[in-house]
Design a protein around this ligand. Sequence first.
Ligand code: DGL
Length: 264
Amino acid sequence: MSSYPTILVFDSGLGGLTVLREIVKARPDAHYIYAADDAFFPYGAHSEDALIARVVPLIGELIAAHAPDLVVIACNTASTLVLSHLRAQYRVPFVGTVPAIKPACARSTTKRVSVLGTSGTVKREYTHALIRDFAQSCTVTLVGSAHLASLAEAALGGAAIADREILAEIAPCFVDNADAALRTDAVVLACTHYPLLLERMIALAPWPVAWIDPAPAIARRVADLLGPAGGEPDHAGAEMIFTSGRTHPLTGALAPYFGGRVLA
Ligand code: DGL
């Protein structure tokens, strides 16, 4: 590996930028390729078979084209399904993004945790196994959102999103109880798009909860695998690829996610 590793960050759309921004902080010296499969967005709407058939060869093409040192699947909907297939097929190390159920349950004092993800992620056997293995004594409520990822994309693109649209998606996370000591106090952000709306969700929440975003932990995992940063921060650029073929200027809205890099 050269002193400047190439890291490929992959998502169905722009949600993986919330993971990218943490990785860039941990490895400011790396080259970044951000690939968004926007031609197939949203992943939450596709069957498991269709997603496996789509993502596994697509990642193979990206590996062949860019020779990354490490690939981050910055998408829960894909990671909970295709990680084992990717690891079986390609030699490059993969880091996935899966629902942060263990840390959420450890953090909860009411032992009432909700997992907010796409309808695909909350149905996955992988997610159910995480609950069986790590929820300990917590009651976990799975909330599958059909629209929140698309709302987050639209908001990032500058569209005005009404409070009621966001509230309708997050409301089922808040399991109430006359006794405040028995109501939900932690919500797992089990889709990388959702941190894009975090401030809105905090403001709209019927009561305060801990919002659990695994992105910093994913960045630590990447840094552990690649070793400590070496050399100067790479301001030479980063690449952004959209499978639809569109080009996206690095607008003011996206620049912070790339640590201020200029896109090639
Ligand atoms: N960002 C993806 C995730 O973490 C999902 C968005 C989609 O449905 O495509 O699950």
